[in-house]
Design a protein around this ligand. Sequence first.
Ligand code: SF4
Length: 103
Amino acid sequence: MSQTNRRTFLIQVAAAGTALATSQGHAAPVMVDPKDPQAIGLGYATDTAKVDAKKFPKHNKDQKCVNCALYLGKPADASGGCPLFGTKHVTPGGWCSAWAKKA
Ligand code: SF4
């Protein structure tokens, strides 16, 4: 391998490593699966409009993760964390039975 080819190769390897590190730094969050046992236990739904009204009579469609006191995302975020689900994210329009109005 000539000196120029070796230098080019090393630059390409470094660039690939940086790209990989960057993509890992912005990896999409793992979303809560509504079929997870804990999600089922809390009645979590990814869309508040699809919550079973018979099972949760106190629920109303204005209650969403985005206006819940526990929601860790910002209103414009595509998803946000919730302490009830560890590092996994919930949808802003989701809901669960632990919903509490954000102050
Ligand atoms: S506690 Fe709040 S933010 Fe978390 S899943 Fe339930 S409604 Fe959404």
